[in-house]
Ligand binder design. Structure first.
Ligand SMILES: NC(=O)c1ccc[n+]([C@@H]2O[C@H](COP(=O)([O-])OP(=O)(O)OC[C@H]3O[C@@H](n4cnc5c(N)ncnc54)[C@H](OP(=O)(O)O)[C@@H]3O)[C@@H](O)[C@H]2O)c1
Length: 256
């Protein structure tokens, strides 16, 4: 039986970790990328328990040379790449009038350029396997806010970038889509709520309720729910779907 290989970035925690664990059901080998080796090894153990091989690559994807290393190590270990899931992201949620050029660069270097470079580096292998790519944006692409301007702007860039790769993918037989999560309860979301609670001088439970009311949703999503959507996006059932943004947000975005 032919091995199937998926690279998952941001696999040390949150949505990336949940996605890697979910994909262990569908792929024979998972390549787990992020900076924290200890946490990546924990994901790797869970992936192996789920029935898949796991390779840990602890690299900072904001470094320009990291993408080539990830692809080289993947091909050296497994010889092919069937799916690339660009999930890593850590865009600073700062006010547009306070954010420095350096802080913009931090967000852009990882979430936009890290994903772009990895996709470019993996493209030849993806062409050979007729593979699939998923980018991760977020609701803020549709509802940018002054208080966290880079989050919206960079997520909108990601959706445009995914479309651009998807156009080339029609010729090259590589499927490219974007998953846009709403408010998902991960460490990143907890940190955002803690900052909001401190700013409003309320407790974390009140900050959660305040967020849900403002967003008009019944609850936060889970990383596992987004992982299931990621798994669908790279499954044979979704093969003809390309250049699409798949949103899962509990109904937060009200526009068509
Ligand atoms: N949670 C939400 O509500 C939500 C909503 C919309 C979109 N999203 C998007 O979904 C993605 C995952 O979010 P999450 O909530 O799961 O976040 P998270 O819990 O903070 O996880 C972020 C992941 O990115 C990795 N990462 C950060 N900087 C990195 C770097 N320089 N190089 C390599 N990896 C790096 C982290 O690992 P290390 O620290 O080990 O490097 C971690 O695995 C992000 O792109 C985020 O923008 C999340």
């Amino acid at each position: 039986m032919t091995k199937t290989v998926a690279i998952v970035t941001g696999a040390s925690q949150g949505i990336g970790r949940a996605t890697a664990m979910r994909l262990a059901q569908d792929f024979s080998a998972l390549v787990l990328v992020a900076r924290n080796r200890t946490k990546l090894e924990e994901t790797a153990s869970a992936v192996r328990e789920g029935g898949s091989e796991a390779l840990v690559i602890d690299r900072d994807l904001a470094e320009p040379t990291a993408a080539a290393t990830v692809v080289e190590q993947t091909l050296s270990a497994f010889g092919r790449i069937d799916a690339l899931l660009n999930i890593a992201g850590a865009v600073p949620g700062l006010d547009v009038f306070q954010m420095t050029d350096e802080q913009w660069d931090v967000g852009l270097e990882l979430k936009l350029h890290g994903a772009r470079r990895l996709t470019v580096q993996a493209w030849d292998a993806l062409r050979m396997s007729k593979g699939t790519v998923v980018f991760t944006s977020g609701n803020a692409a549709m509802t940018p806010k002054a208080a966290a301007a880079a989050v919206g702007a960079i997520n909108a860039c990601i959706e445009a970038l995914a479309k651009a790769f998807a156009e080339r993918g029609i010729v090259d037989d590589v499927q490219v889509n974007c998953v846009s999560p709403g408010a998902i309860m991960t460490d990143r979301r907890t940190a955002m709520l803690e900052r909001a609670a401190a700013a409003k001088e309320i407790n974390i439970a009140e900050a959660k309720q305040s967020f849900l009311k403002q967003a008009g949703i019944a609850r936060f999503g889970t990383a596992e729910e987004i992982a299931d959507l990621m798994a669908f996006a790279v499954s044979p059932a979704a093969h003809w779907m390309t250049g699409t943004v798949l949103r899962m947000d509990g109904g937060e975005i009200r526009s068509v």
